[in-house]
Design a protein around this ligand. Sequence first.
Ligand code: HEC
Length: 378
Amino acid sequence: MDKLDRRARRALAGGLMLATLALGAGAAGAVGTAALTGGESAPSVAPGRGVDALLPQGGAVDLAPARALAARLAAELAERCPLAPPSDVAALDACRNAMFHGSALREALAPEVLWGRDGKFPGTPLAATGLTRFSPEALTAMYLPLFMFNGRWSVEYVATAGRARIRLEAAFRNRLAPGEFPYPFWHDASKWSAYENTHALLLWLTPGQPSIEVAQFTWRGPEAVGARIDPLPTPGFEGRWMWTDAAGQTQPKVTLFDSLYSPANPFRKRVDASYRGLALALREGDCLGCHSPENKGGMQRLLLLQTPLHAAGNIDAVLDSVKRDRMPIDNYGNETPLAAAARRKLIAQGEKFAAELRAARAWEAAHPAAPARVATGQ
Ligand code: HEC
């Protein structure tokens, strides 16, 4: 694959907005503001914050679908993931269970969602904001349940992004045990602080597209009404993305299929076990150096592989990249061939993991009434 091709693919993977340029230019001639807010509880959005909501042709963007979705999601989340003490594991488990198993939120997510904190500066375009690529499965199992909601929402059109932005007031559960987080967010003090100080989730929708392609959390704007989160000092980071706790349990448990699928699912432990083989091969292939939360390579659209659930959403892409010799790359972005044995091992372990995963998923799909696990407090 040549460099141009790679750059174009990266831009696509990043959901970069060619349309943004056109809309941004057109919006310069905008003649008004249509920042719509929703729900009786919604705060009003002040004009003049880059929320001009007109198409270049002068026709107003139809925000009705975004508003309808916002109202539906806000009501669902307020009911299933309401504000609770930030250490309440039962509340977390109930929320995760509801979100993971067939929620309106999960259904609204695109097959790949870009997730991350809000841009450093108020106007930072999405294209210049570091985001991580996730499957709806990974987001609803590990990330989104860490937030609590009060049902308040608003919708605005951000002309510079060419997208509608749903704002759901939210607060972060910052007092959970370390294994309840998908990885120690506190490896980076600014990341932990951003999570802890969350005031809202932002869900981005391209007009005319049904699903959410980008989701962020933000400390901007007022604190969620009714929330009270006292920040903690940044916990110490021990340098590992997975570890074994004093009771011999692999952590973070929320990254394991054992914590996700029904206890009756005979394949769930085998998926986790086969990940261990894959992890060794990924380490030998030097993949985890770049594809882990530290993001040493500075990827704009990070892809994570460091736990079973993180790898699960990306295993097809991993196999594809390795079979086509696209990965690994060196620090300059040049493709660097793997030793034949390491390549063979990576493909074999990757295929084994993918096969166990397919079996576990198929069992889960065939047994919708099986007792759900997704409770981590047990
Ligand atoms: C030096 C850092 C680095 C190393 C080492 C590395 N990667 Fe990557 N990887 C990247 C970057 C940067 C991208 C995104 C840009 C791109 O698509 O070129 C990427 C993209 C990917 C993608 C996504 C491709 C797609 O479909 O968009 C996969 C899968 C992947 N890498 C797997 C691997 C595997 C497997 C290894 C180990 C054999 C590996 N990478 C080693 C930096 C690295």
